[in-house]
Ligand binder design. Structure first.
Ligand code: OXD
Ligand code: MN
Length: 599
């Protein structure tokens, strides 16, 4: 007999219905207590889902290994299930709700036999804040429960809220038999429902994150006139003590987490700069009664990529992950600690790799390729509150006021280090045409340009033409919309060497951005936007950049920009007549500005 600890009828009925379908042996409600968390950890260790790490060196830390066929988000198995295909747009895979429910039901049927179904009430955003949304995830994975306890606000306070507030997102997840041929990540925006089956990888199964806080929330946000964006939020404390907040959207693996918690370089630290991290991945933004844009990070943890994280790239994260952290798919060292490619310290001489096999440096697979210690997409799940730069505003119900929006991509040759859009509408164009080039480290043709508008292409839960329209409309509703910028930390010289050192030095560029927002510095108008008037508008104290680098970083090669117009046109045409005319107008204006300068 199931014990229901809610008065929310809808919730009771839904849990009962899901349990009839999945047939778990037992149902356990997650109350969010430490006692329950510790019990779950013990059980997960006993079942082999978690491996305890050296508790002296890494207190409260565990290792988890996923199935080797289940190590990343599976975009080709991710669907938006709206009644009409058009509502999902050319940017999404689509299935009709009837077909999707039918297909998934067959996989969910009896999938939790011999297992426990956990009921996780969670809040994205502080419980009770006007920004926040409640979800409930049903899952047969203890790993999911323990990760959700780090990433979201979980437990009784949410259930109590659900007694008063009937509406919540229904998130159903089962590992089933982890068969890639029976894996589906289904979103039903019209039913406020997510069904995920056949995967144990974070991005597919921590349903509060990409599925709810981006795909469903973007759909709800359009209806309710707010933004759900794939953005970091950081506060930059200026020498006068004021803190200005920015939201920044870069495609996955372009350094959002590192930027969100950077330590100022010496030269700028002396001036009095300090960074306050609000979020590293997701931003929900609303126009408040003052007509300004305010943002919260709906999450309470980081689900960060391990390889490349070290004291040089992200000292604050190195501190954060020293305790209470779940590591996934990294190397286990003989002393019970962990390691990954490009971590601090010496390369270990032995260990157990991410697939559970003995590992030594220099090992090669049968094709002669190096065997990696950690999977390139190995992760840590770690509490936000442990971050030394964690903002004191994270629990603030009204969030933080956004002064600037920053878009960025990985462009080897095209985009300058930074430029500012002429106005909101032009900024929306800049965001909509955002793109990155594939590097040697990525599968596919090197140098190929991949569009990723506002870094939301894999995460927008509806037709992106409508999404662009929503962005344009929001700009009109604001009293003074934030300025919009574009940055590119990845520009290279003719020898394929990075021209800009990146990481903490990026604050120098953010300082210029804030100076522009504060009307403190003039700029030079170019066909693509405003750039610094003089190179020394960017403070280079303490940074020895080779001569000529800044010149190259700000060069605007009109021929290449004109060449790039074709790609934009092709991308825009995919949206047919739905694409807002304003974006075509911006396209034409850019073209004519570029051609005018050509003469
Ligand atoms: C992420 C991603 O995991 O964007 O945050 O892929
Ligand atoms: Mn992300």
């Amino acid at each position: 007999m199931t014990k229901f600890i809610t008065r929310n009828k809808e919730l009771k009925n839904w849990v009962a219905k899901a349990s009839r379908m999945c047939e778990p042996d037992e149902i356990v409600w997650i109350d969010g207590t430490l006692e329950q968390k510790e019990r779950l950890e013990k059980e997960a260790v006993a079942s082999g889902e978690l491996i305890p790490l050296n508790q002296n060196k890494l207190p409260g830390c565990f290792l988890h290994r996923t199935n080797p066929n289940d190590v990343a988000r599976t975009e080709h198995l991710t669907y938006i299930c709206t009644k009409k295909k058009h509502a999902a747009g050319p940017n999404n895979n689509w299935m009709s709700p009837t077909a999707a429910y039918k297909k998934a039901r067959a996989i969910f049927k009896g999938s939790m036999r011999g297992r426990i179904m956990y009921v996780i009430p969670f809040s994205m955003g502080p419980v009770g804040s006007p920004f926040s949304k409640i979800g409930v995830e049903l899952t047969d994975s203890r790993y999911v429960v323990l990760n959700m306890m780090i990433m979201t606000r979980v437990g009784m306070s949410v259930l109590e809220h659900l007694d008063k507030e009937p509406e919540f997102t229904k998130c159903l997840h089962s590992l089933a038999d982890l068969d890639i041929n029976k894996r589906l990540i289904l979103h039903f925006p019209q039913d406020n429902t997510i069904w995920s089956v056949g995967s144990g990888y974070g991005g597919n199964v921590l349903l509060g994150k990409k599925c709810m806080a981006l795909r469903l929330a973007s759909y709800i946000g359009r209806k309710e006139a707010w933004f759900a964006e794939h953005m970091l939020i950081m506060g930059i404390e200026e020498p006068n003590g004021h803190i200005k907040y920015i939201g920044a959207a870069f495609p996955s693996a372009c350094g959002k987490t590192n930027l969100a918690m950077l330590l100022p370089p010496e030269g700028l630290k002396k001036k009095g700069y300090r960074i306050w991290t609000v979020g590293d991945d997701i931003s929900w933004m609303r126009i408040d009664s003052d007509g300004a844009l305010w943002a919260i990070n709906p999450e309470t943890g980081f689900f960060g990529v391990a390889p490349g994280t070290n004291s040089r790239t992200n000292p604050n994260m190195v501190e954060t992950i020293k305790k209470n952290t779940i590591y996934t798919n990294v190397l286990l060292k003989p002393d019970g600690t962990v390691w990954w490619e490009d971590a601090d310290g010496d390369v270990p001489q032995a260990g157990i790799d991410w697939q559970g096999n003995p590992w030594r440096p220099g090992m090669q697979d049968k094709d002669g390729k190096p065997v990696l210690a950690a999977h390139p997409n190995s992760r840590f799940t770690t509490p936000f509150s442990q971050c030394p730069s964690a903002s004191f505003r994270i629990e603030h119900h009204h969030g933080v006021q956004i002064s600037a929006i920053v878009f960025g991509g990985r462009r080897q040759h095209l985009a300058p280090l930074v430029y500012e859009a002429f106005n909101w509408q032009h900024g929306v164009f800049v965001g909509s045409t955002m793109a990155s080039e594939r590097t040697a480290a990525q599968f596919g043709k090197q140098g190929e340009v991949r569009r990723d508008s506002m870094a939301m292409l894999p995460f927008c839960g509806y037709n992106m033409a409508e999404y662009f329209r929503h962005w344009l409309n929001m700009g009109k509703k604001m009293h003074k919309p934030p300025k919009i910028f574009h940055v590119n930390w990845f520009r290279m010289d003719e020898n394929n060497k990075f021209l800009w050192p990146g990481y903490r030095e990026n604050l120098r560029v953010l300082e210029w951005i804030l100076d522009r927002c504060n009307d403190k510095v003039d700029a030079r108008q170019t066909p693509i936007g405003y750039i610094p008037k003089a190179f020394n508008d960017i403070d280079m104290t303490g940074l020895d950049l080779p001569r000529g680098n800044l010149e190259k970083l700000f060069a605007i090669d009109k021929k290449s920009w004109i060449g790039g117009l074709e790609g934009i046109k092709k991308f825009f045409r995919e949206f047919k007549k739905d694409l807002p005319i304003e974006l075509w107008q911006e396209y034409e204006d850019l073209k004519s500005r570029l051609n005018k300068q050509e003469k």
